[in-house]
Design a protein around this ligand. Sequence first.
Ligand code: CP
Length: 372
Amino acid sequence: MLEVRHLIEPTDFSTQELDDLFSLADHVIQDPKRYGSQCKGKILVTLFYEPSTRTRFSFEAAMMRLGGNILGFSDPDSSSVAKGESIPDTIRIVSGYADIAVMRHPIEGGPKAASLYSRIPVINAGDGGHQHPTQTLTDLYTIRAKKGRLDHLTIGICGDLKHGRTTHSLAMAMSRYPGNRYVLISPEELRMPSYILEELDRSGSATYRQVKTIEEAIGQLDILYMTRVQRERFSDPKEYERVKDACILTVEKMKAAPSDMIVLHPLPRVNEIEPEVDQDPRACYFQQAENGMYVRMALLMTLLDETGDFYKGKIVHVNRPMISVVETEICQNPKCITHYEAALRQRFVTLSNGTRLCDYCGAVLEKSKGEK
Ligand code: CP
């Protein structure tokens, strides 16, 4: 039986595979009618345990435009999840009904857990504050279209870098292209997690600096990637109130930006981009959201084409050298899915430098006492 491929982390596809995917998205935009029956007879199931507008609708629109069908839920309370059904059991069941699954889950590693029990490809549509790889496909596609390349760029990533899964996925994905420089713009409390900074260090080519204000960076940027402060991820509402207005992009601040800088945002926006900025030709976030549908059309076609190049190499987890199942140790991230789903076994990835990461949520496993 062919081993199905999943998209759980942005680095699960090689850069060559991403190039192929983006070329296919270009073709879809140029001649959409040609692809109108490409997924005829196929069914997409959308399992959204958290709200969404862009990701769910664009996946559903993508499948419809490819001639396929959709089923699923946008609220887990309307499914047997409300009766306590686990992720492994849910995905086992829908594997028999559909050909491909898209899952959004509020807990880090939820879609990864699903992929381990699935007979069909599973696409991570966002897992808690961890990763959002299909948003990153959309971001990379838009950068490539607007800037003509994905390397040697200065990228300002601004806002809630602590909880913003799109910022984590974007930083990881862009670090695989040479010469990229990051300016990470946020208040101290919302800085990028250390596991992402370590990933940038490990890449050997990406450099970064951390600043607190847009003004300190905007004059040097090729791309300004804005994000909202993620209210739903704060345990203390007062802490949210204190930081929510820390970084706001205004028409006044845009005056200091290069004429060819582009502004991206995964959306939804709250107040972090003044509405008047929308009139600036450098504001590309609505185009970015539309691109998401074409990129997802390309992704669905690619993952469903068992005879295509994508499956010939059968490369699974290209950046994941060694997976070990270590049941005697547990992930120390309290937001990891392993603390919520009783059936899951602990799994750790061992990197070439000996560091062990949880295979579900990416958290670094602390060394036990006496371990060097
Ligand atoms: N960018 C994004 O994930 O938007 P939704 O939450 O609306 O899907």
